[in-house]
Design a protein around this ligand. Structure first.
Ligand code: HEC
Length: 128
């Protein structure tokens, strides 16, 4: 192999390796959803309606006359009918946008997509 070919090959290898490292870093940045982080968010934003036990029996159900009340996150059959995309949409866009109760607020402006992932991971812990 001629000297010029060899150095071109080396440059190519270094570029490929560099791209692989950048790609690996990008994957690492999209961290896994954390149910523990979701729990903390739920305590702040959700339990007054959904209840600390996820049964949809928080204090606001009576106080704010929620009708229908929130669903029961511990009901495995019900929750199996809700794909993650539904949970994401109703959390971000609110009940009304999903043809559900307008009493379910929209959190898309308050929460980041990663925080919504954390909440979904937390909600799923009730029906595992
Ligand atoms: C002011 C009361 C209220 C708050 C606060 C609230 N929700 Fe809801 N949510 C509701 C109601 C009522 C429904 C039922 C809507 C329906 O079935 O028509 C609902 C429905 C949902 C559903 C669909 C499944 C189910 O339980 O019926 C999800 C998922 C959900 N809420 C997530 C959240 C999350 C996550 C938070 C906090 C970030 C939150 N909600 C905060 C009232 C609330």
């Amino acid at each position: 192999m001629r000297q010029r070919d060899r150095s071109a090959l080396r440059t190519g290898l270094i570029a490929t390796l560099g791209a692989a490292i950048v790609a690996a870093a990008a994957i690492g940045a999209a961290r896994a959803a954390s149910a523990a982080a979701g729990h903390a968010l739920a305590l702040q934003y959700c339990v007054k309606c959904h209840g600390v036990d996820g049964k949809g029996d928080g204090p606001a159900v009576a106080a704010e006359h929620l009708s229908p009340p929130p669903g029961d996150w511990t009901d495995k059959e019900d929750m199996a009918e809700h794909p993650d995309v539904f949970l994401r949409n109703i959390i971000e866009q609110g009940g009304q946008a999903m043809d559900k109760s307008a009493q379910m607020p929209a959190f898309g402006k308050k929460l980041t997509p990663a925080q919504v992932n954390d909440l979904i991971a937390y909600i799923r812990t009730f029906s595992r």
